[in-house]
Design a protein around this ligand. Structure first.
Ligand SMILES: NC(=O)c1ccc[n+]([C@@H]2O[C@H](COP(=O)([O-])OP(=O)(O)OC[C@H]3O[C@@H](n4cnc5c(N)ncnc54)[C@H](O)[C@@H]3O)[C@@H](O)[C@H]2O)c1
Length: 394
């Protein structure tokens, strides 16, 4: 009989829904050493929270996250709050001896991220995880395996873009446009994902950022009509305006220790691109490319062959006998969606807490801190208009 993992979740909006669904579904699809119990949910609005808890099967609610830290029955705390809350909440949970799964970016600032990584290191009993959920798309987990198996040979190029279009001029000044809450804009939100993916897929570390551009195109936005939540639908724009002090787009170039060169581009104002998270690797033996808007597919090109029949192989990553996570889901080509990355991640978290191995490596706070250092190096490169070695960023 699997044992129980008592989970508390902080946050009940976008990620609150994605994570609640993951904890609710994971036991139906995976054989696990631990099964999650949705014990306690915390967020700021008591009335919304009661409805949310009833809908998603959370047993108890609180509007005070410190009650979560003080609750001795809770094993794992899942943090889905805005970036400025991650540090205080995660450190308190670690000091209370709990395991912590925190949303990305690890924090809004490098200082906060460092404190979190240090707290994780100090805590001997607790394990930490960061919800870089795209690692757990079967196509990207397969890409990771193929690189590990040497299918690409020496990696020459990493080309990553994360293009969204929701941040146009009519979107009000929600927390994602406020530096004191979010830390940065498209950079911490979107480049965080693709830097994590580039490190995960190559198994290599970035050692230098050669140059970067950070731009804020929309400097003033209408103040939200009510609340401070991040859900855009239903956010009424008021007449008064406030300053948007985060980047709308950040682009940068970098090198890996192993010699590969990389480009990263993140934006929230690329009209027409809704969630275009793409990454391509080119190596001495071949290439891989992925686009989240076609997330079940990985494209593979073997070698430098230029024969009449050479070209990209389109791999539908849903075959139980070949593809990561596929055996837990549906028959071939009965495709997966956004939520499955979170369910697959919940499965791996429970495997690790139950003493088993994850399907592919899980990022912990130390790992996510390395991603945060790369993000910081890019911001420094943009601000000072120069190349920045990662050894400068501690
Ligand atoms: N992994 C991903 O792909 C992904 C996608 C979206 C967001 N995120 C990350 O998830 C986090 C949350 O983003 P979101 O879009 O869900 O935000 P959101 O605004 O939709 O929800 C934030 C929630 O946090 C709660 N909250 C805020 N302050 C609180 C406090 N002091 N105590 C208790 N609850 C508090 C709010 O009540 C709300 O329920 C951010 O770090 C964001 O970067 C990750």
């Amino acid at each position: 009989m699997p044992q129980t993992c008592h989970v508390a979740l902080i946050g009940q909006k976008f990620m609150g829904r994605a994570h609640s669904n993951a904890w609710a579904q994971v036991g139906h699809f995976f054989d696990l050493p631990l099964l999650p119990e949705r014990s306690l949910i915390c967020a700021r609005d008591a009335a919304e929270l009661r409805d949310f808890a009833a809908r998603w099967g959370w047993q108890r609610t609180t509007t005070d996250w410190r009650e979560v830290a003080a609750d001795d029955t809770i094993d794992l705390v899942d943090i889905g709050t805005p970036n400025d809350m991650h540090r205080e909440q995660a450190v308190a949970m670690l000091e209370a001896g709990k395991h912590v799964a925190c949303e990305k970016p690890l924090a809004g600032t490098l200082d906060d991220a460092r404190v979190m990584a240090q707290a994780a290191k100090r805590s001997k009993r607790s394990k930490t995880f960061v919800w870089f959920n795209y690692r757990r798309c079967p196509a990207l987990a397969l890409a990771h395996r193929l690189v590990q198996q040497g299918k690409l040979g020496t990696i020459y190029h990493v080309r990553a873009t994360y293009l969204q279009s929701w941040g146009g001029p009519n979107v009000p000044l929600i927390w994602r446009f406020q530096r004191k809450v979010a830390g940065s804009g498209a950079h911490g939100d979107l480049n965080a994902h693709i830097v994590d993916l580039a490190r995960f897929l190559t198994g290599d570390e970035i050692v230098e950022v050669h140059g970067a551009v950070a731009r804020t195109f929309i400097r003033e936005r209408a103040l939200p009509g009510g609340g401070g939540g991040g859900k855009i639908a239903g956010q009424k724009a008021g007449v008064r305006k406030g300053k948007s002090d985060v980047d709308d787009a950040v682009l940068f170039l970098a090198s890996f220790r192993g010699g590969a060169v990389a480009s990263f581009e993140a934006t929230r104002v690329a009209a027409g691109h809704q969630n275009r998270n793409t990454i391509e690797l080119n190596g001495s033996q071949g290439s891989l490319r992925f686009d989240f808007e076609d997330m079940n597919v990985l494209h593979y090109h073997e070698g430098f062959d230029t024969s009449a029949t050479s070209g990209w192989t389109r791999i539908m990553c849903t075959a139980a006998e070949h593809h990561p996570y596929a055996a837990n889901w549906w028959p071939d080509a009965h495709v997966l969606g956004y939520e499955h990355g979170f369910i697959n991640m919940a499965a791996d978290v429970l495997r690790v807490l139950g003493g088993k191995r994850p399907e592919v490596p899980l990022p912990d706070f130390a790992d996510a801190y390395e991603t945060q250092r790369v993000l910081e190096a890019a911001l420094l490169a943009a601000k000072e208009r120069r190349a920045v070695k990662l050894s400068e960023v501690k």
